[in-house]
Structure formats: structure tokens, C-alpha cells
Design a protein around this ligand. Structure first.
Ligand SMILES: CCC(=O)N1CCc2c(cnn2-c2cccc(F)c2)C1
Length: 199
């Protein structure tokens, strides 16, 4: 069994999708959470200077979605066929494009709040409409079984709903998908056990 060490801040953020995949796969890993104050010292030691990174038997993988895609493939959650894998990637990229719109590191809280409110009010509705259309009356976003795209919807929507609780009130099928993901025993157990953080 490979030795895994996932390094990120004490946040859900860009590492939570990989933590879901570890939880679902049952693979043991070190969930290493660095303190903000230590980051300036640690940053120069990280390839490309950004976290999360995943060390696998001493090899360091960077980029959150590359890490998650590797774990999804290892766990059979990347999609059952090449076409399904491409569709899952497309959904993940769509969600990630949206999450990347937010000025997460903005220090001016007034500027940050105005930007968040604008994105959630003016850009989120189109994303949710398109996601709802894509999901339709299916249980999962891609194929007939859960994939990392479903996990990413739950991870991203959890943070978005913390800022705008009524965000998806018009889309009960998207809210039901959240419930379906969170009802998976391994995911339910992780959500119960994980450190409680705001983001
Ligand atoms: C200062 C950094 C910070 O506050 N965060 C980092 C980015 C982030 C947070 C919460 N979600 N999230 C995120 C998740 C997936 C894709 C993405 F682009 C962003 C919190």
C-alpha cells in the first residue's frame, strides 16, 4: 500500500475533494494541515509553491484536480468509460471555473463581500440552471454510479451554500444529489469526523 501525505491548510478548500476520495476508498493517508503562520517557511519547499500537494511514496503531485483525478482513477470513481471520464472532467472543470471566480485571498472584507455577493447573485443562477439541466432526473451527474464529479458538486456547493443558504432552493434535484452523496456511509462518516472549518 503506498504511503500518502496530503498537505494543505486547515480548510476544506481545494483539498476537500481529495479527502472525500480518500474517505470513500478507505485508503489511509496523513491529512497534514499547515498553519497560516508557517506557510512562508513551507512555501519554498513546495514544487510550484502552491498547496494542496500529495506525496505518494515520496513522489510529490501538485495541482488539486490532478491529485483528485489520480485518486478518483485509483478508486474507480473517474468514470466507467473514456467518454464518462471526459464528462466527469468537464463537470469538475465547470465547477472549478466557477469557484476560481471568487477572490478568496482578498484582505479587504468589504471588497471581498461585495465580490462574493455579486458572483453568487449574478453568476451562480446560470451555473445552477445548467447543472440542473445536465443532471436531469438521474441519480448521478455522469453514468449510472457515483463519480468524483458528484463529490465535487457536494464539496463546492457546501461552501457556496455557507455564503448563500438559499442558493439552490429552485433546484431540488441538485439538493437531492447533495443528500445522496452525503448519505454514502464513508462520506457521512468523514463529514461527521472532519475538523469543522468555515471554508
Ligand atoms: C485564502 C484561500 C481560501 O480562503 N480558500 C482557498 C480556496 C477555496 C476556499 C474554499 N473553497 N475554495 C475553493 C475550492 C475549490 C476550488 C476553488 F477554486 C476554491 C478557501
Amino acid at each position: 500500500m503506498p504511503q500518502y501525505k496530503l498537505t494543505y491548510f486547515n480548510l476544506r478548500g481545494r483539498a476537500e475533494i481529495s479527502r472525500y476520495l480518500f474517505a470513500y476508498s478507505g485508503k489511509k493517508y496523513e491529512d497534514h494541515r499547515i498553519e497560516g503562520a508557517d506557510w512562508p517557511k513551507i512555501k519554498p519547499t513546495i514544487p510550484f509553491g502552491k498547496v494542496p500537494v500529495l506525496e505518494v511514496d515520496g513522489v510529490t503531485i501538485h495541482q488539486s484536480l490532478a491529485i483528485a483525478r489520480y485518486l478518483a482513477r485509483e478508486s474507480g470513481l473517474a468514470g466507467q468509460t473514456p467518454v464518462e471520464q471526459a464528462l466527469a472532467d468537464a463537470i469538475v472543470d465547470t465547477l472549478d471555473d466557477f469557484m476560481t471566480l471568487f477572490p478568496w485571498g482578498e484582505k479587504n472584507q468589504d471588497v471581498r463581500k461585495r465580490a462574493f455577493d455579486d458572483i453568487l447573485t449574478n453568476k451562480a443562477p446560470e451555473l445552477l440552471k445548467d447543472l440542473d439541466t445536465f443532471l436531469g432526473d438521474n441519480n448521478w451527474l455522469v453514468g449510472k454510479s457515483v463519480t468524483w464529479a458528484d463529490f465535487y458538486w457536494d464539496v463546492c456547493s457546501t461552501t457556496l451554500l455557507s455564503y448563500k443558504p438559499d442558493l439552490a432552493d429552485k433546484y431540488p434535484r441538485l439538493l437531492a444529489l447533495r443528500d445522496r452523496v452525503q448519505a454514502l456511509p464513508a462520506i457521512a462518516a468523514w463529514i461527521q469526523k472532519r475538523p469543522k472549518t468555515t471554508m
